[in-house]
Design a protein around this ligand. Structure first.
Ligand SMILES: Cc1ncc(COP(=O)(O)O)c(C=O)c1O
Length: 397
């Protein structure tokens, strides 16, 4: 049965971070009924083949320690092939609870304390925390903002990668929060610079299934061997099928020596044991739910068109940075007249919309918000009505 994306699921009191974690995070009262457009998960049901597979597994009634099955790797291999045109060896696939666990293991495996890890800011902020928590040093290679679009600063990347302490680059492709989907030319340039300077690329591709036409995601695994053998790719069904609570993702390591180092780190952090439901869900998603992704993208494209037109006609002071992928919309408030430091408070307390403040992603994000558009269109309409009233309140003050 196709998913009804217009249906608003009732997620309150399920302990979900997005809804139930909101009052605490944004210091608002539950009765204020602030609407959540923060955390990157979706207010949509997951496809029925996944819930059917989970029910069948529940019926078995025994949930003891479970090995990662060959089916897990086969499902990942087949997904990478049918959705991303990539041929990967099943031997290169590893289970990881979340992508962040996998990235942490890779940082431990491929660098040592004090080494530098490059990130392209503004970027998904936990990258910063995992680098610091593993006692490595964050090296920023800020993206360049050009006319409502972001580009990679290659000259700066060359400088940063040539520092002797630099060992790793965490690439976010598609890029959260700015929505870039990097082209073959861009990835090849990154690959050339990194190989030249012996930098291992950790390519976080968690949003790679969520691409707007006419853009195409190119996985780092599709680059020639010389680049990809110095790289690790991280994918997950969690964003695509709304399964983040099942904590199941996959790490792809083409190089055998790197696999051994990665396995040692995963064993050290005790992150090798699979969640019995997570595996069932991943296999059902990747084996049976391809059409869901196309339906989802068609719906997200409608939501995106709504936001684009609404900003154009009702909020000329705001600018949407056109996303090429992800359901995360990066919106520029720098001409809105609202002080950058007041923006989060204005959104959560005056407009009653919970969003991610751009500054969380790095200083370059100040004055922006990240708005999660993966919800029924009616929710988005309510958000922009609230925003309009909030701007009117400001005008009438
Ligand atoms: C780019 C990126 N990487 C990793 C994650 C977290 O993934 P996980 O929950 O699998 O650790 C997110 C979640 O929003 C993300 O956007």
């Amino acid at each position: 049965m196709p998913v009804n994306f217009d249906k608003m699921p009732d997620r309150l009191n399920t302990n979900c971070v997005k809804w139930d974690g909101l009052p605490n995070m944004f210091k608002v009262k539950a009765e204020d009924e602030v609407l959540p457009f923060w955390v990157a998960d979706m207010d949509f049901d997951c496809p029925q083949p996944i819930t059917d597979a989970l029910r069948e597994r529940v019926n078995h009634g025994i949930f003891g320690y479970t090995r990662v099955s060959d089916h897990f790797s086969q499902s990942v291999v087949s997904w990478m092939n049918k959705r991303h045109g990539s041929w990967i060896d099943p031997k290169s696939v590893r289970f990881s609870p979340g992508v962040l666990h996998g990235l942490t293991n890779a940082i431990l495996a491929f660098s040592k304390k004090g080494d530098g890890v490059i990130i392209m800011t503004p970027v998904y902020y936990p990258f910063n925390s995992i680098i610091k928590d593993t006692e490595r040093e964050v090296i920023e290679n800020p993206l360049i903002e050009i006319n409502g679009h972001y580009e990679i600063d290659y000259e700066d990347l060359k400088k940063k990668t040539s520092q002797s302490k630099a060992k790793l680059l965490i690439l976010c492709n598609p890029h959260n929060p700015v929505g870039r989907v990097y082209t073959q030319a861009e990835l090849t340039k990154i690959g050339e610079i990194c190989v030249l300077n012996k930098i291992t690329v950790l390519s976080d591709e968690i949003h790679s299934d969520l691409i707007y036409a006419p853009y195409k995601h190119l996985t780092y695994m599709n680059l020639p061997g010389v680049y990809k053998n110095k790289a690790v790719v991280f994918i997950s069904p969690s964003k695509t099928f709304n399964l983040a609570g099942l904590q199941t993702s996959a790490v792809i390591l083409p190089d055998e020596t790197m696999r051994q180092a990665y396995d040692k780190a995963a064993s050290l952090t005790r992150t090798t044991g699979i969640n019995v439901f997570g595996e069932v869900a991943l296999c059902a998603a990747y084996d049976q739910c391809e059409s869901y992704v196309d339906e989802l993208m068609a719906y997200l494209t409608i939501n995106l068109a709504y936001v684009r037109e609404t900003l154009r006609s009702r909020f000329p002071q705001l600018t949407l940075f056109e996303p090429e992928g992800t359901y995360l919309l990066w919106i520029d408030f720098r001409k809105s007249g609202i002080d950058e430091k007041e923006l989060l408070h204005f959104m959560s307390h005056t407009a009653r919309i919970a969003i991610d403040d751009g500054s969380w992603f790095g200083s370059q994000g100040s004055g922006f918000i990240r708005l999660n558009s993966a919800c029924p269109l009616s929710q988005l309409k309510e958000a922009f009505d609230r925003l309009e009233s909030a701007f009117n309140q400001l005008k009438n003050k």
